[in-house]
Ligand binder design. Structure first.
Ligand SMILES: NC(=O)c1ccc[n+]([C@@H]2O[C@H](COP(=O)([O-])OP(=O)(O)OC[C@H]3O[C@@H](n4cnc5c(N)ncnc54)[C@H](O)[C@@H]3O)[C@@H](O)[C@H]2O)c1
Ligand SMILES: [Zn+2]
Length: 369
């Protein structure tokens, strides 16, 4: 049996495969070669990931006869800026690419998002391949074709829908990922179970500890299942109507917490999503949908694996009205009313538009005390 799993993303002419397995980077060229238009690739990576994985990747590409350059960007969210984007495009152009050149994003979601965006506009569009190295990027950002950068007006407000030609997930890269980043990615994995797969969620409750201890078979299973769910959702709704919006479960509350913390190391995205999912469960209860045991069980599990579960696990002082103001500012707030993704049942998420402000505020207040 092959030690690689392949998950198709079906999007007509833009369909592609996600390949998942340990040690893929050192053998990446054979996986890449059939999907490039010319033997010319440019690897884009960051200052943490580059020193660990760019060399073996470039060496394998060169051994296969590809001309290969590497550009290394600073690590961190600040790289998703107009300034870095302009520099990246100029550095790419200095390497004299042509329309058959393929960009390879080697890194976390930051590198995937900025590289995909650059690929969508460089020479009016060149191909790109994702090699995600953070758990969050492997289960979420590398699949589905959302690319972009941040602006002074908010996160991810400038970008494009632009699908990669292939996604290569080398599960062995997670061995060097900082534990906090591993936990942050795990929160998004839990999200897939909560919104669409109760059996997977129950499995995660039993195996979350192993996954976060780096157990390779459990990690591979969790990544595979997450990619299958994301692929199905993206195939059904590439440009985010109501189906893809379900992936934002926990994110309206989570984004408000992130905005209030100023997008810094106090709270990373996956941690905000963890807490946001608990808050979304509480709102689901207030809407009369969900049994309280689901939210209680989620809190217990998050704490057991070392993730924050309530706002007070992050810091003591919060203001419900300020969080509410952030939620109105969130781009999912349509026409000044609040839209949330809630659970009707475990594994059954729905979009609810027009949620009464008092209900949202009650939920915030309950979760802050
Ligand atoms: N496009 C989408 O659909 C989508 C979805 C979710 C999130 N995102 C975006 O993804 C970004 C967050 O992604 P992220 O959490 O991967 O952040 P990131 O890219 O900043 O990576 C997190 C940290 O881990 C380091 N790192 C990555 N892989 C490593 C490895 N194997 N070993 C050691 N260090 C490693 C990085 O250098 C960085 O310091 C955000 O900008 C978010 O907006 C996009
Ligand atoms: Zn997220």
């Amino acid at each position: 049996m092959s030690e690689h799993e392949t998950v198709p993303v079906r999007l007509d002419a833009r369909s592609y495969d996600i390949v998942i397995g340990p040690g893929l980077i050192a053998r990446a060229a054979s996986h890449i070669a059939p999907y490039i238009r010319a033997p010319r690739v440019i690897i884009i990576t960051d200052a943490h990931v580059g020193p660990l994985y760019a060399k073996p990747l470039a060496a394998d590409c060169a051994a296969r006869g590809m001309r290969c350059d590497t550009l290394t960007l600073p690590a961190g969210e600040a790289t998703k800026s107009f300034t870095q984007f302009e520099k990246l495009l100029n550095d790419l152009l200095a390497l004299k690419p042509d329309r058959k050149t393929t960009l390879i994003a080697l890194g976390g979601g930051v590198i995937g998002d900025i590289t995909g965006f650059a690929a969508s506009v460089l020479l009016r569009g060149v191909d790109f391949i994702q090699i995600p190295t953070s758990l969050l990027a492997q289960v979420d950002s590398s699949v589905g074709g959302k690319t972009g950068i941040n602006t002074a007006h908010g996160k991810n407000l400038v970008g494009s829908f632009y699908q990669p030609k292939r996604v290569l997930i080398d599960t062995a890269t997670l061995q060097t990922l900082p534990p906090r980043e591993l936990r942050a990615g795990y929160a998004e994995i839990l999200k897939y179970g909560l919104i669409g797969n109760p059996d997977f969620y129950q499995w995660l409750l039993r195996h979350g500890g192993e996954i976060l201890a780096g157990d390779t078979p459990s990690l591979a299973k969790a990544i595979g299942e997450s990619c299958r769910m994301k692929a199905a959702i993206v195939s059904a709704d590439e440009r985010e109507g109501d189906v893809r919006a379900l992936l934002n479960f926990g994110h309206t509350f989570g984004h408000a917490l992130e905005a209030e913390c100023g997008y810094n190391d106090l709270l990373v995205h996956g941690e905000a999503v963890a807490v946001g999912m608990v808050m979304a469960c509480r709102l689901s209860e207030k809407l009369g949908y969900l049994n309280r045991t689901v939210g209680d069980g989620l809190i217990q599990h998050l704490r057991a694996v070392g993730l924050p579960a309530t706002p007070r696990d992050i810091r003591a002082d919060w203001d419900a009205n300020r969080l509410l103001a952030h939620m109105y500012g969130d781009k999912k707030a349509e026409n000044g009313t609040l839209t949330f993704i809630v659970l009707k049942n475990l594994g059954e998420a729905v979009v609810v538009k027009d949620v009464a402000e008092t209900l949202a505020l009650d939920t915030l207040k309950e979760c802050l005390t």
